[in-house]
Design a protein around this ligand. Structure first.
Ligand code: ADP
Length: 445
């Protein structure tokens, strides 16, 4: 400002001084007026130029405006630069927050005071079938057409969460969503959605499992307690007593087998995957399995005395040139379950073949029988716990319904898989595939 006044006085001095000296006061005053008029015109033009510039101010522009106008423009540019910096910092922060919310495994939807969608992340779009562009400003209740959600949304306070069906192209796998509304700001709402399909499934499986175990144990327990009551209340002949005690022993053994299988399963589920420190000889496993199969075949035939022998043709290839790195008890249990199934489900006179053979990426244990075979619709569910095709044959032969579940668990823990092939009326083949990383070839040097 001071510079501008000095500039003005200097101009007046420069032009008016000499005129006053040579032409007198009146001419000097006219000259001063003229200079002032010129100055006003120049300043008005500069002010107009500033006004034009202010309509689209840019702090990056290099402007050579001298004097007070230059000063004003520079200050405006400085403030603009600061403002731009603050804006980009806040924008960056907002982007970070949005990216963090996008990365959340839970669905997040922001609703305004009326309940209209302001923003939602990709997970929420998936869960609720929303479109993050098209559905902005749409009312959530109009999009999420679920009576329990509408009721929940209408409440003043949203305590707890509700469970609704999510969106899925297939009805068979309808996902389950947990929905929770939280109030924030000045009446806006945060809608959180969580996929709880697996939790719900696990819950249902646990309930089924407990019901199945209870059912399996209740039957022998009822029989046992019935016999105990009879023995206590009715005087029986010695041979009758003996027959009752034998039946009781069978039921007790059935419960023992069931409990043993349940313990095996829970141990398999609760322990770390098997290491590779133990080298399991497959020939040894085969020898033991073959002798067990012969005994089982003889027992199932119902013959008594020394005469009894296997009633199946058992063809076992016992000399196996491979060892497996894993847990012997587990591997034996898997192989033995498959072999005993083949013997138990194949009628007397049938053939059971078992052996190991090499495949490009590992080794396979294969047991084939000439039993009744299994219809294709049962195959996918066969290794589920307590799933049985032939319930009565399973019970008669001491089955627990857990054999294949154990075999599948064991082979998977060793990095392999269980495969089943069967044709109704022709027989079945059960195979355990083990990867090459677990195989020791005894013939290699
Ligand atoms: P279980 O103790 O009842 O044998 P598993 O889990 O071992 O239970 O087998 C499940 C079901 O699969 C059996 O109940 C039976 O119906 C069927 N199954 C298993 N192995 C054979 C087989 N070799 N031939 C025919 N059916 C079989």
């Amino acid at each position: 400002m001071l510079i501008a006044v000095v500039e003005l006085l200097a101009l007046l001095g420069l032009f008016v001084g000499p005129v006053w000296f040579f032409g007198g006061l009146t001419l000097a005053l006219c000259m001063a007026l003229l200079v002032l008029l010129l100055l006003v015109l120049v300043q008005t033009w500069k002010a107009q130029r500033l006004e034009v510039w202010l309509s689209r101010p840019n702090w990056r522009e290099e402007l050579a405006w001298g004097g007070i106008w230059g000063e004003i423009v520079q200050r405006i540019q400085r403030q603009l630069r600061q403002h731009d910096k603050q804006l980009s910092t806040s924008d960056q922060r907002l982007q970070y927050f949005l990216q963090a919310i996008q990365a959340s495994p839970n669905g997040v939807t922001l609703l305004d005071v009326e309940g209209r969608i302001e923003w939602c992340n990709a997970t929420a779009c998936n869960h609720l079938g929303l479109d993050d562009k098209r559905d902005v400003q749409q009312h959530i209740v109009h999009l999420l057409r679920d009576p329990s959600f509408s009721k929940y949304f209408a409440q003043q306070e949203h305590e707890g969460e509700i469970v609704i069906d999510g969106r899925s192209p297939s009805l068979a796998q309808m996902p389950k969503l947990s929905i929770q509304l939280h109030r924030y700001g000045e009446g806006q709402h945060l809608l959180l959605s969580r996929d709880i399909t697996l939790v719900t499934l696990a819950d249902a499986m646990r309930r089924d499992f407990v019901a199945n175990v209870s059912h399996e144990i209740r039957t022998p327990l009822t029989v046992l307690s019935g016999f105990v009551e009879t023995l206590m209340s009715i005087p029986l002949e010695a041979d009758e007593q003996h027959a009752y005690l034998h039946l009781m022993a069978v039921q007790a053994a059935r419960m023992q087998t069931l409990v043993a299988d349940l313990l095996t399963l829970s141990q398999l589920e609760g322990s770390l995957p098997p290491g590779k420190h133990e080298t399991v000889s497959l020939s040894e496993v085969m020898s033991q399995v073959a002798s067990d199969a012969a005994s089982l075949s003889a027992i199932l035939s119902g013959q008594l005395g020394d005469e009894r022998g296997p009633v199946h043709e058992l063809v076992f290839d016992k000399s196996t040139p491979w060892c497996l790195l894993g847990v012997r008890t587990e591997l034996f249990s898997a192989v033995s379950n498959l072999v005993s199934n083949a013997v138990r489900y194949t009628p007397a006179g049938g053939v059971v073949r078992a052996g190991w053979f090499k495949v490009p990426d590992g080794v396979v244990f294969r047991v084939t029988d000439t039993g009744p075979g299994i219809a294709a619709e049962h195959l996918p569910r066969l290794s589920e716990r307590f799933y049985r095709v032939d319930r009565s044959r399973s019970r008669e032969t001491g089955g627990t319904g857990l054999g294949l579940a154990i075999a599948k668990h064991v082979v998977q823990r060793h990095g392999g898989e269980l495969r089943i092939e069967s044709q109704l009326g022709k027989g079945s083949t059960f195979m355990l595939f083990f990867p090459a990383s677990r195989v020791v070839d005894l013939t290699a040097n």
